[in-house]
Design a protein around this ligand. Sequence first.
Ligand code: SAM
Ligand code: DTB
Ligand code: SF4
Length: 330
Amino acid sequence: MNDTALLSQAETHARPPVSSAPRWDVESVLALFELPFADLLFLAQEALRKHFDPNAVQRSSLLSIKTGNCSEDCGYCSQSKRYQTGLETQRLLSTEEVLAAAKAAKEQGAGRFCMGAAWRGPKEKDLPAVMEMVRAVKALGLETCVTLGILKDGQAEQLKEAGLDYYNHNLDTAPEFYGDVVTTHTYQDRLDTLRNVREAGLKVCSGGIVGMGESRRHRAGLIAKLANLDPPPESVPINNLVPIPGTPLANSDPIDIFEFARTIAAARITMPRSYVRLSAGREQMSESEQALCFLAGANSMFYGDHLLTTSNPQTPLDNTLFDKLGLHGI
Ligand code: SAM
Ligand code: DTB
Ligand code: SF4
Protein backbone atom coordinates (compact mmCIF):
# COMPACT_ATOMS: atom_id res chain seq x y z
CA MET A 1 0.00 0.00 0.00
CA ASN A 2 1.32 3.49 -0.78
CA ASP A 3 1.27 6.40 1.70
CA THR A 4 -1.99 7.83 0.34
CA ALA A 5 -3.72 4.47 0.62
CA LEU A 6 -2.44 4.02 4.17
CA LEU A 7 -3.67 7.46 5.17
CA SER A 8 -7.01 6.83 3.56
CA GLN A 9 -7.27 3.66 5.65
CA ALA A 10 -6.53 5.84 8.70
CA GLU A 11 -9.29 8.23 7.65
CA THR A 12 -11.79 5.45 7.13
CA HIS A 13 -10.94 4.21 10.59
CA ALA A 14 -11.59 7.64 12.07
CA ARG A 15 -15.28 7.42 11.14
CA PRO A 16 -17.72 5.79 13.56
CA PRO A 17 -17.55 1.99 13.15
CA VAL A 18 -20.17 0.55 10.85
CA SER A 19 -19.23 -3.10 11.23
CA SER A 20 -17.23 -5.30 13.55
CA ALA A 21 -14.99 -6.58 10.72
CA PRO A 22 -11.26 -6.10 11.36
CA ARG A 23 -10.24 -2.75 9.94
CA TRP A 24 -6.47 -3.14 10.15
CA ASP A 25 -4.76 -6.32 9.11
CA VAL A 26 -1.28 -7.06 10.46
CA GLU A 27 0.26 -6.64 7.00
CA SER A 28 -1.07 -3.07 6.65
CA VAL A 29 0.29 -2.15 10.09
CA LEU A 30 3.61 -3.76 9.18
CA ALA A 31 3.65 -1.63 6.02
CA LEU A 32 3.42 1.45 8.27
CA PHE A 33 6.40 0.22 10.31
CA GLU A 34 8.38 -0.23 7.12
CA LEU A 35 7.88 3.29 5.77
CA PRO A 36 10.85 5.65 5.74
CA PHE A 37 10.94 7.22 9.20
CA ALA A 38 10.12 10.77 8.05
CA ASP A 39 7.15 9.53 5.98
CA LEU A 40 5.80 7.62 8.96
CA LEU A 41 6.14 10.62 11.27
CA PHE A 42 4.48 12.85 8.69
CA LEU A 43 1.45 10.52 8.56
CA ALA A 44 1.38 10.39 12.36
CA GLN A 45 1.47 14.20 12.63
CA GLU A 46 -1.31 14.48 10.04
CA ALA A 47 -3.47 12.06 12.02
CA LEU A 48 -2.73 13.84 15.31
CA ARG A 49 -3.43 17.31 13.95
CA LYS A 50 -6.75 16.23 12.48
CA HIS A 51 -8.21 15.36 15.87
CA PHE A 52 -6.18 17.02 18.63
CA ASP A 53 -4.35 20.14 19.69
CA PRO A 54 -0.87 18.80 18.73
CA ASN A 55 0.80 20.58 21.63
CA ALA A 56 -1.52 19.42 24.42
CA VAL A 57 -0.42 16.41 26.47
CA GLN A 58 -2.82 14.53 28.74
CA ARG A 59 -1.17 13.72 32.09
CA SER A 60 -2.09 10.78 34.33
CA SER A 61 -0.54 10.07 37.73
CA LEU A 62 -0.18 6.53 39.01
CA LEU A 63 -0.45 5.00 42.46
CA SER A 64 0.03 1.37 43.43
CA ILE A 65 -2.85 0.73 45.86
CA LYS A 66 -1.83 -2.92 46.48
CA THR A 67 1.74 -3.92 45.82
CA GLY A 68 3.36 -7.28 45.08
CA ASN A 69 2.55 -10.88 46.03
CA CYS A 70 0.65 -11.40 42.76
CA SER A 71 -0.30 -14.96 41.74
CA GLU A 72 0.38 -14.33 38.03
CA ASP A 73 3.64 -14.99 36.18
CA CYS A 74 3.87 -12.01 33.79
CA GLY A 75 7.54 -12.18 32.77
CA TYR A 76 8.11 -8.42 32.93
CA CYS A 77 6.57 -7.74 36.31
CA SER A 78 8.23 -6.85 39.61
CA GLN A 79 5.05 -7.82 41.46
CA SER A 80 4.73 -11.53 40.68
CA LYS A 81 5.30 -13.66 43.77
CA ARG A 82 7.13 -16.16 41.55
CA TYR A 83 10.18 -13.94 41.02
CA GLN A 84 12.76 -12.72 43.55
CA THR A 85 12.69 -9.03 42.78
CA GLY A 86 13.29 -7.73 46.29
CA LEU A 87 10.03 -5.76 46.13
CA GLU A 88 8.47 -4.63 49.40
CA THR A 89 4.87 -5.79 49.38
CA GLN A 90 1.99 -3.64 50.60
CA ARG A 91 -1.61 -4.59 51.40
CA LEU A 92 -4.48 -2.50 50.07
CA LEU A 93 -4.01 1.16 51.05
CA SER A 94 -6.69 3.06 52.96
CA THR A 95 -8.90 5.60 51.18
CA GLU A 96 -7.17 8.36 53.20
CA GLU A 97 -3.73 7.33 51.88
CA VAL A 98 -5.03 7.22 48.31
CA LEU A 99 -6.75 10.58 48.69
CA ALA A 100 -3.55 12.23 49.94
CA ALA A 101 -1.66 10.98 46.87
CA ALA A 102 -4.48 12.06 44.54
CA LYS A 103 -4.54 15.57 46.04
CA ALA A 104 -0.77 15.88 45.55
CA ALA A 105 -1.11 14.69 41.93
CA LYS A 106 -3.85 17.23 41.28
CA GLU A 107 -1.73 20.03 42.74
CA GLN A 108 1.09 19.08 40.37
CA GLY A 109 -1.31 19.34 37.42
CA ALA A 110 -2.37 15.76 36.67
CA GLY A 111 -5.76 15.43 34.99
CA ARG A 112 -6.29 11.74 35.74
CA PHE A 113 -5.42 9.52 38.67
CA CYS A 114 -4.80 5.84 37.98
CA MET A 115 -4.85 3.28 40.80
CA GLY A 116 -3.16 -0.09 40.20
CA ALA A 117 -3.45 -3.31 42.17
CA ALA A 118 -1.25 -6.41 41.90
CA TRP A 119 -4.14 -8.84 41.57
CA ARG A 120 -5.00 -11.49 39.01
CA GLY A 121 -8.36 -9.79 39.49
CA PRO A 122 -10.30 -8.29 42.40
CA LYS A 123 -12.15 -10.54 44.86
CA GLU A 124 -15.74 -9.57 45.66
CA LYS A 125 -14.62 -8.47 49.13
CA ASP A 126 -12.03 -6.07 47.64
CA LEU A 127 -14.41 -4.09 45.45
CA PRO A 128 -16.23 -1.91 48.04
CA ALA A 129 -12.89 -0.43 49.22
CA VAL A 130 -11.82 0.33 45.63
CA MET A 131 -15.24 1.85 44.91
CA GLU A 132 -14.81 4.13 47.91
CA MET A 133 -11.39 5.23 46.58
CA VAL A 134 -12.88 5.96 43.16
CA ARG A 135 -15.68 8.09 44.68
CA ALA A 136 -13.20 10.03 46.83
CA VAL A 137 -10.74 10.70 43.96
CA LYS A 138 -13.52 11.69 41.58
CA ALA A 139 -14.86 14.16 44.16
CA LEU A 140 -11.52 16.02 43.85
CA GLY A 141 -12.39 16.74 40.22
CA LEU A 142 -9.87 14.27 38.76
CA GLU A 143 -10.66 11.70 36.10
CA THR A 144 -10.41 8.23 37.60
CA CYS A 145 -8.80 5.06 36.28
CA VAL A 146 -8.18 1.70 37.92
CA THR A 147 -6.20 -1.34 36.79
CA LEU A 148 -7.14 -4.38 38.85
CA GLY A 149 -6.65 -7.31 36.45
CA ILE A 150 -9.31 -9.67 35.13
CA LEU A 151 -12.90 -8.66 36.00
CA LYS A 152 -15.69 -11.13 36.70
CA ASP A 153 -19.22 -10.53 35.43
CA GLY A 154 -20.81 -7.59 37.22
CA GLN A 155 -17.61 -6.07 38.60
CA ALA A 156 -17.20 -3.51 35.81
CA GLU A 157 -20.81 -2.38 36.41
CA GLN A 158 -20.04 -1.89 40.12
CA LEU A 159 -17.02 0.24 39.26
CA LYS A 160 -19.09 2.25 36.80
CA GLU A 161 -21.68 2.89 39.53
CA ALA A 162 -18.92 4.27 41.75
CA GLY A 163 -18.21 6.85 39.05
CA LEU A 164 -15.13 5.28 37.47
CA ASP A 165 -14.13 6.85 34.13
CA TYR A 166 -11.44 4.48 32.71
CA TYR A 167 -10.40 0.87 33.20
CA ASN A 168 -6.81 0.01 32.21
CA HIS A 169 -6.18 -3.51 30.99
CA ASN A 170 -3.36 -3.98 28.52
CA LEU A 171 -3.21 -6.57 25.74
CA ASP A 172 0.56 -6.17 26.23
CA THR A 173 1.69 -7.86 22.99
CA ALA A 174 0.49 -9.82 19.95
CA PRO A 175 -1.63 -12.90 20.63
CA GLU A 176 1.11 -15.14 19.13
CA PHE A 177 3.73 -13.89 21.61
CA TYR A 178 1.57 -13.62 24.73
CA GLY A 179 2.20 -17.21 25.82
CA ASP A 180 5.97 -16.56 25.81
CA VAL A 181 5.46 -13.85 28.44
CA VAL A 182 2.51 -15.00 30.58
CA THR A 183 1.15 -18.52 31.20
CA THR A 184 -1.25 -18.06 34.15
CA HIS A 185 -3.96 -16.36 32.12
CA THR A 186 -4.74 -16.11 28.42
CA TYR A 187 -5.08 -13.44 25.77
CA GLN A 188 -8.75 -14.36 25.57
CA ASP A 189 -9.12 -13.64 29.33
CA ARG A 190 -7.85 -10.15 28.63
CA LEU A 191 -10.14 -9.63 25.63
CA ASP A 192 -13.10 -10.85 27.74
CA THR A 193 -12.33 -8.29 30.44
CA LEU A 194 -12.07 -5.52 27.85
CA ARG A 195 -15.49 -6.56 26.52
CA ASN A 196 -16.98 -6.50 30.06
CA VAL A 197 -15.48 -3.06 30.64
CA ARG A 198 -16.92 -1.70 27.39
CA GLU A 199 -20.35 -3.22 27.99
CA ALA A 200 -20.48 -1.55 31.42
CA GLY A 201 -20.08 1.82 29.70
CA LEU A 202 -16.55 2.51 30.99
CA LYS A 203 -13.86 4.09 28.84
CA VAL A 204 -11.08 1.70 27.86
CA CYS A 205 -7.37 2.22 28.41
CA SER A 206 -5.43 -0.59 26.73
CA GLY A 207 -1.99 -0.82 25.22
CA GLY A 208 1.14 -2.87 25.55
CA ILE A 209 4.84 -3.22 26.20
CA VAL A 210 7.65 -3.20 23.66
CA GLY A 211 11.19 -4.39 24.20
CA MET A 212 10.26 -7.85 25.52
CA GLY A 213 12.12 -9.68 22.73
CA GLU A 214 9.09 -9.58 20.41
CA SER A 215 9.47 -9.14 16.65
CA ARG A 216 8.33 -6.17 14.56
CA ARG A 217 5.48 -8.36 13.31
CA HIS A 218 4.43 -8.93 16.94
CA ARG A 219 4.47 -5.17 17.55
CA ALA A 220 2.32 -4.70 14.44
CA GLY A 221 0.06 -7.52 15.66
CA LEU A 222 -0.48 -5.77 19.01
CA ILE A 223 -1.34 -2.48 17.28
CA ALA A 224 -3.75 -4.22 14.89
CA LYS A 225 -5.51 -5.98 17.81
CA LEU A 226 -5.93 -2.70 19.68
CA ALA A 227 -7.04 -0.76 16.60
CA ASN A 228 -9.63 -3.42 15.74
CA LEU A 229 -11.31 -3.29 19.13
CA ASP A 230 -14.70 -1.90 18.32
CA PRO A 231 -14.50 0.94 19.24
CA PRO A 232 -10.75 1.28 19.78
CA PRO A 233 -9.52 2.20 23.30
CA GLU A 234 -9.83 5.87 24.21
CA SER A 235 -6.37 5.65 25.75
CA VAL A 236 -3.45 3.56 24.45
CA PRO A 237 -0.40 3.27 26.72
CA ILE A 238 2.78 2.21 24.95
CA ASN A 239 5.24 1.03 27.61
CA ASN A 240 8.94 0.57 27.01
CA LEU A 241 9.96 -2.42 29.12
CA VAL A 242 11.56 -1.39 32.41
CA PRO A 243 13.82 -4.41 33.01
CA ILE A 244 13.36 -5.70 36.55
CA PRO A 245 16.20 -7.78 38.04
CA GLY A 246 14.90 -11.21 39.05
CA THR A 247 12.22 -11.41 36.33
CA PRO A 248 12.56 -13.60 33.23
CA LEU A 249 12.83 -10.45 31.07
CA ALA A 250 15.52 -8.80 33.20
CA ASN A 251 18.14 -9.14 30.46
CA SER A 252 16.06 -8.24 27.41
CA ASP A 253 17.90 -6.15 24.84
CA PRO A 254 16.63 -2.55 24.97
CA ILE A 255 14.55 -1.63 21.94
CA ASP A 256 15.98 0.85 19.46
CA ILE A 257 14.40 4.28 20.01
CA PHE A 258 13.36 4.59 16.36
CA GLU A 259 11.52 1.28 16.56
CA PHE A 260 9.82 2.47 19.75
CA ALA A 261 8.81 5.73 18.01
CA ARG A 262 7.56 3.71 15.03
CA THR A 263 5.29 1.75 17.38
CA ILE A 264 3.87 5.01 18.75
CA ALA A 265 3.36 6.34 15.22
CA ALA A 266 1.58 3.14 14.15
CA ALA A 267 -0.74 3.49 17.17
CA ARG A 268 -1.42 7.15 16.30
CA ILE A 269 -2.23 6.44 12.64
CA THR A 270 -4.42 3.41 13.27
CA MET A 271 -6.21 4.96 16.29
CA PRO A 272 -6.33 8.64 15.28
CA ARG A 273 -8.92 9.68 17.86
CA SER A 274 -7.25 7.96 20.82
CA TYR A 275 -4.82 9.39 23.33
CA VAL A 276 -1.55 7.51 22.75
CA ARG A 277 0.50 7.49 25.95
CA LEU A 278 4.27 7.53 26.15
CA SER A 279 4.23 5.32 29.25
CA ALA A 280 6.78 3.31 31.28
CA GLY A 281 10.44 3.67 30.35
CA ARG A 282 10.55 7.46 30.01
CA GLU A 283 13.17 7.77 32.72
CA GLN A 284 15.58 5.77 30.56
CA MET A 285 15.04 8.15 27.61
CA SER A 286 16.82 11.44 26.90
CA GLU A 287 14.83 14.62 26.33
CA SER A 288 15.39 14.27 22.57
CA GLU A 289 14.15 10.68 22.59
CA GLN A 290 10.99 11.74 24.40
CA ALA A 291 10.55 14.63 21.95
CA LEU A 292 10.76 12.10 19.11
CA CYS A 293 7.90 10.15 20.70
CA PHE A 294 5.74 13.28 20.88
CA LEU A 295 6.57 13.96 17.21
CA ALA A 296 5.50 10.39 16.47
CA GLY A 297 2.07 11.23 17.84
CA ALA A 298 2.13 10.54 21.57
CA ASN A 299 -0.17 13.01 23.34
CA SER A 300 -0.34 11.58 26.83
CA MET A 301 2.11 10.51 29.52
CA PHE A 302 2.51 9.36 33.11
CA TYR A 303 3.30 12.32 35.30
CA GLY A 304 4.73 12.22 38.79
CA ASP A 305 7.94 10.74 40.18
CA HIS A 306 6.79 7.11 40.34
CA LEU A 307 5.00 4.59 38.17
CA LEU A 308 3.76 1.56 40.17
CA THR A 309 6.94 0.08 41.63
CA THR A 310 9.59 1.91 39.57
CA SER A 311 10.46 5.56 39.11
CA ASN A 312 9.40 8.10 36.53
CA PRO A 313 11.04 11.46 35.70
CA GLN A 314 10.74 14.10 38.43
CA THR A 315 7.95 16.61 37.86
CA PRO A 316 10.26 19.67 37.53
CA LEU A 317 12.21 17.87 34.79
CA ASP A 318 9.00 17.18 32.89
CA ASN A 319 7.87 20.77 33.31
CA THR A 320 11.19 21.97 31.89
CA LEU A 321 10.86 19.63 28.92
CA PHE A 322 7.33 20.93 28.26
CA ASP A 323 8.66 24.51 28.32
CA LYS A 324 11.46 23.63 25.89
CA LEU A 325 9.03 21.95 23.48
CA GLY A 326 6.16 24.43 23.87
CA LEU A 327 3.85 21.69 25.12
CA HIS A 328 1.10 22.21 27.68
CA GLY A 329 -0.41 19.67 30.01
CA ILE A 330 -4.10 18.78 30.32
N1 SAM B 1 -2.46 -6.58 37.75
C1 SAM B 1 -3.11 -5.83 36.78
C2 SAM B 1 -2.87 -6.33 35.38
O1 SAM B 1 -1.92 -7.06 35.17
O2 SAM B 1 -3.66 -5.99 34.48
C3 SAM B 1 -2.78 -4.35 36.83
C4 SAM B 1 -1.36 -3.91 37.10
S1 SAM B 1 -0.13 -4.30 35.86
C5 SAM B 1 1.33 -3.90 36.68
C6 SAM B 1 -0.39 -3.05 34.63
C7 SAM B 1 0.47 -3.01 33.41
O3 SAM B 1 1.73 -2.45 33.72
C8 SAM B 1 0.82 -4.31 32.72
O4 SAM B 1 -0.19 -4.80 31.93
C9 SAM B 1 2.02 -3.90 31.88
O5 SAM B 1 1.61 -3.45 30.62
C10 SAM B 1 2.63 -2.74 32.66
N2 SAM B 1 3.95 -3.13 33.23
C11 SAM B 1 4.14 -3.88 34.32
N3 SAM B 1 5.47 -4.06 34.55
C12 SAM B 1 6.12 -3.38 33.58
C13 SAM B 1 7.50 -3.18 33.26
N4 SAM B 1 8.45 -3.73 33.99
N5 SAM B 1 7.81 -2.42 32.20
C14 SAM B 1 6.84 -1.87 31.44
N6 SAM B 1 5.52 -2.02 31.69
C15 SAM B 1 5.15 -2.77 32.73
C1 DTB C 1 0.36 1.03 31.90
O1 DTB C 1 0.21 0.71 30.71
N1 DTB C 1 1.54 1.27 32.45
C2 DTB C 1 1.40 1.55 33.86
C3 DTB C 1 -0.13 1.52 34.06
N2 DTB C 1 -0.61 1.14 32.77
C4 DTB C 1 -0.72 0.77 35.14
C5 DTB C 1 2.23 0.70 34.70
C6 DTB C 1 3.70 0.73 34.35
C7 DTB C 1 4.43 -0.11 35.33
C8 DTB C 1 5.92 -0.02 35.17
C9 DTB C 1 6.68 -0.87 36.10
C10 DTB C 1 6.42 -0.61 37.55
O2 DTB C 1 6.50 0.57 37.99
O3 DTB C 1 6.17 -1.57 38.28
FE1 SF4 D 1 0.21 -9.50 38.59
FE2 SF4 D 1 -0.50 -7.54 36.91
FE3 SF4 D 1 2.10 -7.97 37.52
FE4 SF4 D 1 0.82 -9.72 35.99
S1 SF4 D 1 1.22 -7.55 35.48
S2 SF4 D 1 2.16 -10.22 37.74
S3 SF4 D 1 -1.25 -9.67 36.88
S4 SF4 D 1 0.50 -7.31 38.89
